[in-house]
Design a protein around this ligand. Structure first.
Ligand code: UDX
Length: 459
């Protein structure tokens, strides 16, 4: 399968929603397809293309318009306006792009791998008679919950505290995605996550960024209604101790990482001695939470590498960076995979965004889970109670994880006897993640099946 002996290589367009947490996994998946002989082209918005030109490297990219070519969502002024305009302009410009590419037999499009945050991508693909593959960027557990809400099988508001969802362990209300409870405040985001399931039944494939052993029960259940294939984790293979692909470059970083400073600083630290702290690309912490976290890090008396995005910097306690410079390094963005793969890192304080969760799990780093919103509580539940590769901080009655609690959790996962099981599970899951994407592993076989269907279409 590695080398396709055909004149026309099947050509897939990859269409992620323009957010870091969606671009990363879809881009990595496209590299895996390219490695198996499929031609892939990443499609992004005209605005992001301008912003990211520097980091594009050799990745083939085409653009469509979201209607805000000079500033994206900032130009739109609100997510609502952005989504509405994208819905109007996106299908038109995607149609034009496919028509342009279809003018040459070399670039003619065979398949659209789309982010179901934009279900209209599938309508466009069907209009052209293309294969349409939904690529779901969150965990299967979270997808299933939203699917049942969309179908009306989970009715809102939920009043009971124990929620039984077929295919999932019993969940408490604090384990459910936050939108289920605060849908009033996040109406647009909630509509987008639910609308993913508008037409996913019509997609030829539902690709999920997970692996069979990680979410077996829920994947089995999903197979009842979709042609679901687990193809993850979409971590560049070089980080999984493989040398299959020359794919170290993650590509398409919206924020600029402070790579040299992080590497130099980590190289000077002892094995497993550093706490890595990051809340991904979107979370905004409350000032009080930031203060407690800062105090907790100092109380732990350990070294820490903390990603504080520029937009969050003003919430740091005054002079904190200077006063803690002997123990801590604060950067505005880092090469997260390189950091997690570094021997000095012994624990990850994370919001449990799905990418961060999968990355830590695949690289064997125990987690202290501090979920903030969206799917993160559900991911934390699985980290702490199902996969047991981390512990979730307990919040006080104001929803804040206090300094002593943060210190307790860090000590437990890094040093304590109680944390031994967590540390050994972290290694176990790392092995299983690697096996899944290794040649002949479950995700690799699923990718082969997808590729094979593209190369040898039935009609
Ligand atoms: C969002 C949601 O918040 C998350 O809950 C959902 O599952 C996906 O979309 P985000 O908050 O950015 O994503 O978190 P996450 O899913 O963890 O993705 C962040 C990505 O940015 C990861 O791939 C991570 O490696 C990368 N990253 C993060 C960096 O490269 N450098 C950093 O300093 C921090």
């Amino acid at each position: 399968m590695e080398k396709l002996n055909k004149e026309h290589k099947p050509h897939c367009l990859i269409l992620p929603y323009p957010l870091q947490g969606h671009i990363n996994p879809m881009l990595q998946f496209s590299k895996r397809l390219a490695h198996k002989g499929i031609r892939t082209t990443l499609v992004t918005t005209k605005y992001l293309y301008k912003v990211l030109q520097e980091s594009l490297g050799s990745i083939p990219v085409e653009t469509i318009s979201d209607g805000y070519d000079n500033g994206g969502v900032v130009e739109a002024g609100s997510t609502e306006a952005y989504i509405e305009k994208f819905r109007e302009v996106g299908p038109k410009t995607l149609t034009e792009l496919i028509e342009k590419l279809n003018n040459s037999s070399d670039t003619a499009v065979d398949c659209i791998i789309y982010d179901p945050f934009f279900p209209w991508d599938l309508d466009v693909s069907k209009k052209f008679g293309l294969v349409g593959a939904a690529f779901l960027t969150q965990s299967c557990a979270v997808d299933l919950i939203f699917y049942y809400v969309y179908k009306g099988e989970i009715k809102l508001p939920i009043t009971e505290n124990e929620i039984k969802v077929l295919g999932l362990p019993v969940l408490e209300s604090s384990d459910m995605p936050s939108f289920i409870y605060d849908y009033g405040s996040y109406a647009t985001a909630f509509e987008v996550v639910l609308n993913q399931f508008q037409n996913v039944e019509k997609a030829d494939w539902a690709l999920v960024n997970t692996f069979n052993k990680l979410e077996q029960e829920v994947i089995d259940w999903m197979e009842n209604f979709w042609r679901v294939k687990a193809i993850g984790p979409t971590i560049p293979s070089i980080y999984l101790d493989q040398r299959l692909l020359n794919d170290k470059e993650y590509g398409f970083s919206i924020l600029k990482p402070d790579t040299d400073a992080c590497k130099k600083w980590l190289d000077e630290r002892q094995n497993r001695s550093v706490i890595y702290v990051s809340f991904g690309s979107l979370v905004r912490l409350e000032v009080k939470q930031m203060e407690e976290l800062a105090k907790g890090l100092i109380m732990s008396n350990k070294c820490f590498l903390w990603v504080v995005r520029e937009s969050e910097e003003s919430k740091l306690p005054e002079n904190f960076a200077d006063e803690t410079s002997k123990k801590g390094l604060i950067v505005s963005w880092c090469p997260q995979l390189e950091v997690l793969a570094h021997d000095s890192v012994g624990c990850f304080i994370t919001h449990c965004g799905w990418n961060s969760t999968l990355e830590a799990l695949s690289l064997g780093v125990p987690m202290v889970a501090m979920p903030c919103w969206s799917d993160q509580s559900t991911n934390s539940k699985f980290v702490s109670d199902i996969w047991k590769t981390g512990i979730r901080t307990r919040a006080d009655d104001k929803g804040i994880a206090r300094d002593t609690e943060i210190m307790r959790c860090v000590e437990l996962v890094m040093d304590g006897d109680e944390g031994k099981e967590i540390r050994s599970n972290a290694i176990k899951w790392k092995e299983m993640a690697r096996e899944a994407v290794d040649k002949g592993g479950s995700s690799d076989r699923n990718i082969e099946e997808f590729v094979s269907a593209l190369v040898n279409p039935i009609n």
